[in-house]
Design a protein. Structure first.
Length: 260
């Protein structure tokens, strides 16, 4: 049994705890979705034209059909709005608490014929045995429709309750496609097993933007202190400063105090 899509934040938080994920439809209005899609595909085209693409180690090395677009915060201000979306942050806080860190916000674009990703859990960097609670949460923004045919993220239902990463022999564990219309979010806690699905279409790309948040004790996947466009920090809100690691308590201090 899988949870039904819901617009109720409390139900969505409950679904994350029970099932390891939730689907919230119609989060992005049409005009905002169009702007996001244009900005993302423009960034992806620029990376490809300039030879700046970087693969992800959990993609299969032989697969050239999927494209990653990194450090979206520095590409267009519209991506910062996703990081601080009130509903997304409410679900982040319900799952991992506050303060939290933004580990990364990147895109995964799977093209026609695109192969699957390696089955994994997002907190594979945490030594086992894992704590009893998730250490991170991934908010996936559906920029295009997510369908079984076009490579929607696939999940192994209930795998978060195993509280461990998948073993090598479980790489082909039975999974289900998380289908959702463009403009939805799929929120997954960090222990649930998942992967990019196989894009079986002949001419359709499927783009998703993944905002990855963790408890504040973990190193961020993207080194914001080196890669971030300075304007993002200059005009950042209090919440964004916390998420980037510039406003801290106890860790990450500069001369004994928070750097911002």
């Amino acid at each position: 049994m899988l949870p039904s899509p819901t617009r109720d934040a409390a139900q969505a938080a409950s679904d994350i705890e029970t099932f390891g994920f939730c689907i919230v439809p119609e989060v992005l209005p049409t005009e905002r979705l169009v702007r996001l899609r244009e900005a993302l595909y423009r960034a992806a085209s620029e990376d490809r034209a300039r030879g700046r693409e970087q693969k992800f180690r959990l993609d299969y090395a032989h697969d050239e059909t999927n494209q990653r677009v990194w450090n979206l915060l520095s590409r267009d201000p519209i991506f910062a709005d996703l990081v601080e979306d009130p509903l997304a942050l409410e679900l982040v806080k319900a799952t991992v608490g506050w303060p939290a860190l933004l580990g990364n916000i990147s895109a995964n674009i799977t093209g026609p014929g695109g192969g699957e990703m390696v089955l994994h859990a997002d907190q594979i960097f945490v030594p086992e045995p894992w704590p009893a609670r998730p250490q991170g949460v991934n908010v996936a923004w559906c920029i295009d429709d997510f369908t079984d045919e076009n490579g929607a993220t696939r999940i192994v239902p209930g795998s978060h309750r195993l509280n461990r990463k998948p073993a090598a022999e479980e790489a082909t564990a039975e999974s289900v496609a998380l289908e959702a219309p463009a403009g939805s979010i799929v929120v997954m806690e960090s222990r649930v097993w998942h992967k990019t699905g196989h894009n079986r279409t002949k001419d359709s790309r499927r783009a998703g933007i993944f905002a990855w948040y963790t408890r504040p004790i973990y190193r961020q996947q993207e080194n914001w202190f080196l890669s971030l466009n300075p304007a993002v920090r200059q005009f950042a809100s209090d919440d964004m400063l916390v998420l980037l690691g510039y406003r801290t308590e106890g860790l990450g201090l500069v001369n004994g105090k928070s750097p911002a």
